[in-house]
Design a protein around this ligand. Structure first.
Ligand SMILES: [Zn+2]
Length: 205
């Protein structure tokens, strides 16, 4: 993902949409679907003990599937889990859905679920359904950037990394270098903060 200055991004977004990037993102996030739509159980799930990581995932579903949080919920229930294992899900068109409550413990990184928020993007494999591929859409990248930035405001000691960046993970997920992605945006990573663009950038969103 190319790195642009905030001003350039702002101007480009206004030129295209007539709205500021923040307004554009907010517009998308308003489409967030309540988890009660697909988790009828009133069971209160365990809260995380803290949030040291924001873990990025992909669903490993075909781009043409237009996978939703409800689809993932069904898949994870079929595994015997308590519904969707992620806290957020970003559809191919950028629509951001809430899975588990933001502070609830998810089921997405073995051994780290009590300290990691889970965000999953639809896609990540080719149309053959198995070959890993970085094929997320521009709308997904933009809403991931916005969502992670917002969550970092709540979880101020968290760092951003991909599923495969956790120890002993033998998966490609999320099929791109999430640490580099975050680092280039000035978000906190296990490798620290990038000096340019300004590391405080996300706080202004
Ligand atoms: Zn994953």
């Amino acid at each position: 993902m190319c790195v642009r200055s905030v001003k350039a991004l702002w101007l480009a977004a206004r030129h295209v949409t007539g709205r500021s990037p923040v307004q554009a993102h907010t517009h998308k996030l308003r489409r967030t679907v309540s988890r009660t739509k697909w988790v009828p159980s009133q069971e209160v799930l365990m809260q995380r003990v803290g949030t040291k990581f924001i873990a990025i995932h992909v669903s490993a579903t075909r781009p043409s599937d237009n996978t939703t949080a409800a689809d993932i919920d069904a898949m994870h229930k079929a595994k015997g889990w308590k519904g969707i294992g992620y806290n957020y899900f970003i559809q191919r068109d950028g629509t951001t859905e809430q899975g588990r409550e933001p502070d609830e413990q998810g089921a997405h990184v073995s051994g780290y679920n009590d300290i990691a928020l889970g965000i999953c993007m639809a896609g990540g494999v080719k149309e053959d359904g198995v070959t890993p591929e970085n094929n997320m859409t521009e709308a997904q990248w933009k809403n991931l950037e916005y969502l992670v930035g917002r969550r970092l405001m709540a979880y101020t000691s968290a760092v951003v990394q991909g599923h495969r960046d956790f120890p002993q993970v033998a998966k490609e997920c999320p099929c791109f270098d999430a640490i580099k992605w975050a680092y280039d945006l000035g978000y906190p990573t296990p490798q620290g903060l990038k000096a340019e663009p300004h590391p405080e950038r996300w706080k202004t969103k």
